[in-house]
Design a protein around this ligand. Structure first.
Ligand code: ZN
Length: 174
């Protein structure tokens, strides 16, 4: 088991575009395993490789409830093929933006194409929470974060707040 450190804002790497994978090899499989370990340890429902500092188009997702059996899915080179006109709104958090939740409206359904762990091309239709999560994670691969949905003023305020939190890691309230 290998849990990686998750990179948080305002790190510049989070704004970078990730590169497609040419071949799914040993390194990619190891990275996917590490991403799952890190995501489960952080109680997230999705994690992109860039969030552990690797600019590859790989992400992992598991939107199962905690009482359910785990439903891990890893997406390599995911591409959105179709988005619905219908939308849904979720309050989204992000492991790279601590203590911040933002209401975001996104297409309710998205259809994607991706490569699986064995290198096979797959298609998937995502609805509801899964759709929002997939879109959130694919945004990461293009350097886009949930705070980019906000005005510059609000975005700067959140980044300042998080930078302050990081400077005071030992602060406790008793
Ligand atoms: Zn995120």
């Amino acid at each position: 088991m290998s849990i990686k450190d998750i990179i948080t804002v305002p790190s510049e790497i989070l704004k970078k575009k990730s590169e497609p994978i040419e071949k799914v090899g040993k390194n990619e499989k190891k990275l996917i395993k590490d991403l799952f370990d890190t995501m489960y340890a952080s109680k997230g429902i999705g994690l992109a490789a860039v969030q552990v500092g690797i600019l590859k188009r790989i992400l992992v997702i598991d939107v199962s409830n905690k009482d359910e059996q785990k439903k891990p899915i890893s997406l390599i080179n995911p591409i959105i093929k179709r988005l619905s006109d219908d939308t849904s709104v979720y309050e989204e958090g992000c492991l790279s933006i601590p203590e911040t939740f933002i209401e975001i409206e996104r297409p309710k359904i998205c259809e994607i194409e991706y490569i699986d762990l064995d290198g096979n091309k797959k298609e998937l239709k995502c609805d509801g929470l899964m759709s929002t999560c997939v879109q959130h994670e694919i945004n990461h691969l293009d350097g886009k974060l949930i705070i980019d949905h906000l005005s510059k003023l609000k975005k700067d305020f959140i980044i300042k707040k998080i930078s302050k939190l990081q400077k005071n890691p030992d602060r406790v309230i008793v």
